[in-house]
Design a protein around this ligand. Structure first.
Ligand code: GDP
Length: 318
């Protein structure tokens, strides 16, 4: 679109929080200026098909198909295949919609013919005429697992979908992260960005796996571009999901200050709720500029306003 600025912005995204911010960013910047590094710690295989929930949400968002009620999956989805699988007494706890299956089948074909995950995602994006770059954090297997009270390790999908986040967690592991290599596309995106945005994603289960890759964390630390994050917590409560509970269970402060401490090695600016203004000074003491704002992303107006505030802080003239 004419008149939109020419910059290169890299976002780190996982789950449902950052996509809400992205809806606002897309109103202000062309998609082709954006690179989004997606968390793959949630990836899992169902019926032989690799499901990459955080990447898939990004693909649906940028191809204008995302279900904007749930912020995952395809809009106007149906579940005939799943129902049929149920009739065959197959496990159906993971919600694979009929439309969603198409992306997984296409990806499976590409992966089976030797494509890396990066290449397969790129191919799907090209076919769907997506101009933003969506890149996985790694092509290697990294699996976020949650340790329950019986010391059993559950996959992230078992924790979230099967047990609906209702069980206490003693520890979280990012299995494979010590050996996994970040994709060169992700590292390049961090190195070449004019600014880097960490959207309001769960710090433990969405951002955590990305930071567990030493190359990604080091690239963020070394980056000369401004790194700005939005808190997913307001007054110590998550807008959705188990972020606050998980932080507490793992011994961190379940506040925006607690999250600032987790990000302090690389974070320049943290956008927190106006309700948390009393945390501002303590966050600034960590060497991070704290900005108080309305951080709710429920409405289109809120999404655009927050995106505008962030882009203005980055120094982009809108
Ligand atoms: P989840 O905790 O498993 O749902 O992981 P996600 O990475 O999908 O996290 C969603 C995060 O986005 C949660 O921690 C929410 O608090 C956050 N979130 C959801 N809606 C909003 C919103 O309107 N504003 C902000 N700032 N954060 C949000």
């Amino acid at each position: 679109m004419k008149g939109k600025p020419q910059v290169s912005i890299t976002l780190l995204s996982g789950g449902t929080g950052t996509p809400k911010l992205l809806l606002g960013v897309r109103e202000l910047l062309d998609d082709n200026l954006l690179t989004i590094i997606g968390n793959t710690g949630d990836d899992d295989t169902f019926f032989g098909l690799l499901v990459s929930p955080d990447i898939d949400s990004l693909i649906y968002l940028f191809s204008n198909q995302l279900d904007l009620e749930k912020f995952w999956g395809v809009e106007d989805e149906t579940y005939n295949t799943l129902q049929q699988l149920g009739m065959m007494k197959e496990p159906t706890w993971f919600q694979l919609g009929d439309k969603d299956l198409a992306l997984h089948l296409a990806r499976n074909r590409l992966l089976s013919s030797g494509y890396t995950l990066t290449e397969a995602i790129n191919e799907s994006c090209t076919k769907l005429e997506i101009t933003a770059k969506i890149v996985p954090m790694t092509d290697d297997p990294v699996k976020t697992t949650m340790v329950n009270e019986k010391n059993e390790r559950l996959s992230f999908q078992e924790y979230t979908v099967k047990f609906r986040e209702k069980i206490p967690v003693k520890a979280v592991h990012y299995e494979g992260s010590e050996k996994a290599k970040a994709t060169k596309e992700a590292i390049r995106a961090i190195k070449n960005a004019n600014a880097i945005i960490l959207g309001p994603s769960n710090p433990i289960t969405s951002v955590g796996p990305m930071l567990a890759l030493p190359e990604i964390k080091n690239a963020l630390i070394k980056s000369k571009a401004k790194v700005i994050a939005v808190s997913p917590l307001d007054s110590g409560k998550a807008f959705s999901g188990p972020a606050a509970r998980l932080l507490k269970e793992l011994g961190y402060e379940a506040t925006s200050l607690g999250i600032a401490k987790l990000y302090k090695e690389f974070l320049d600016v943290f956008v927190i709720s106006t309700n948390d203004s009393e945390l501002r000074e303590s966050i600034q003491d960590l060497g991070i500029k704290a900005i108080c704002s309305n951080i709710s992303l429920k409405t289109k107006t809120e999404q655009i306003n927050l995106a505008r505030a962030i882009l203005t802080e980055i120094g982009i003239n809108l």
